[in-house]
Design a protein around this ligand. Sequence first.
Ligand SMILES: [Zn+2]
Length: 208
Amino acid sequence: MDAGPGTFGNLQRFTDPLALSGIVLTHEHHDHFSDVEGFITAARWVYEFQRDPVPVYAAPGVREHLTQDIDGILDWHEVGDGDGVRIGDLEVRFHRTQHPPVTLATRLVGPSGALGYSADSGPEWSLSSLGPGLDLALCEATYTSDHKGPPIHMSGTEAGSNARLAGARRLVITHRWPTADAREVLAEATEAFGGAVEQAAVGRGYSL
Ligand SMILES: [Zn+2]
């Protein structure tokens, strides 16, 4: 789910990329889809790609950015607010957030629980729109509260209060800008959530 810079390299460390049941791309900003290009290249030229095309469920606008032919590699589906799809044993439902352009948060429900992923959003959007009973909220916390830029992302405080109001059992924050202080963002989120919060990191896993 989402494929920003570095994700395809890391994906190959943890699983067989040709075994993917599906790819979800939440919006057309490059930090959320750019490594699909690497996947296409590797599938066509590096790996022996002898399987059905990998289903892709993407927000409007993403496909237009791709520079390569996807025939035989990807089976592209454009999705929108309120749509639902099944990927393997996961039910995935999409919800439009406040972030421009069209950006789709996701609720994934599987045999062992429910995950809510904010994608990118703004302070007016609520994780509650993903429905109750989130066992884990994976929420962007891009900067600290004193950020003075446009409100198209959440601060640590906003991510924490958002997850608390949504009744999420656990909160993992992600999408921190490299110029934001990791400890400050985490401290904000922890205080606002009212419980332990974890910062997502490469190679760190979470079981539901
Ligand atoms: Zn974005």
